[in-house]
Design a protein around this ligand. Structure first.
Ligand code: 5GP
Ligand code: MG
Ligand code: MG
Length: 183
């Protein structure tokens, strides 16, 4: 689905599919160089990171195992509750692994700071973060994020894996959801 298919439901396209693809190529090249010779494990955070994981992992010039974790801090609304719940844990033992968490977006930062602590306690050799999107003006806690795709304004966005009530994940671009859709 493209932005043109849902024009009345969005107010602005913030990042296009083409911009995302170009940025993923740059970050993949950087990650490949940074992790050369290291035991890299990609950990995607369900469900928002499905699209970025699919495209980012394929942009890498090397193979790396992939695991998934499902946490929830939002429910069906548009505001972070700050309460992180594990819905699906990893299948992989993190001991001595160089973990790269692949995230859709850093908003308050609460989910990631919780995940970083949780993973550190499992004996990973290193834990770094790649977030496709980041809202600097929404930060409630500082998260040390090594790779960032795009900094965006403090608006509720959908598309490229990001949902509102499970819809719009299949929008190819990242767009601001029109307030009439959720109010
Ligand atoms: P946090 O506030 O903990 O940084 O963000 C937690 C999660 O809430 C993100 O990983 C993402 O799944 C979701 N989230 C945060 N901001 C947005 C947004 O603007 N749109 C959508 N659809 N989800 C968001
Ligand atoms: Mg997420
Ligand atoms: Mg969501």
């Amino acid at each position: 689905m493209r932005a043109a298919d849902v024009l009345t439901e969005i107010t602005q396209v913030l990042v296009t599919e083409e911009e995302i693809r170009a940025r993923l190529d740059e970050i993949a090249a950087q990650v490949a160089a940074d992790y050369e010779g290291k035991d890299l494990l990609l950990v995607g955070v369900l469900k928002g990171a499905i699209m970025v994981m699919a495209d980012f992992s394929r942009a890498l010039p090397t193979t790396a195992p992939m695991d998934w974790m499902a946490v929830s801090s939002y429910g069906a609304g548009t505001k972070s509750s700050g309460v992180v719940q594990i819905r699906k844990d990893l299948d992989t033992d993190l001991h001595d692994k160089h973990v790269l968490i692949v995230e859709d977006i850093i908003d308050s930062g609460l989910t990631l700071s919780w995940l970083l602590e949780n993973f550190a306690s499992r004996g990973a050799a290193s834990v770094e973060v790649f977030a496709l999107l980041r809202k600097p003006d929404a930060a409630k806690v500082e998260v040390d994020c090594r790779y960032v795709g795009f900094d965006i304004p403090n608006e509720f966005v959908v598309g490229y894996g990001l949902d509102y009530a499970e819809r719009y994940r299949n929008l190819r671009d990242v767009a601001i959801l029109a307030p009439h859709v959720y109010s």
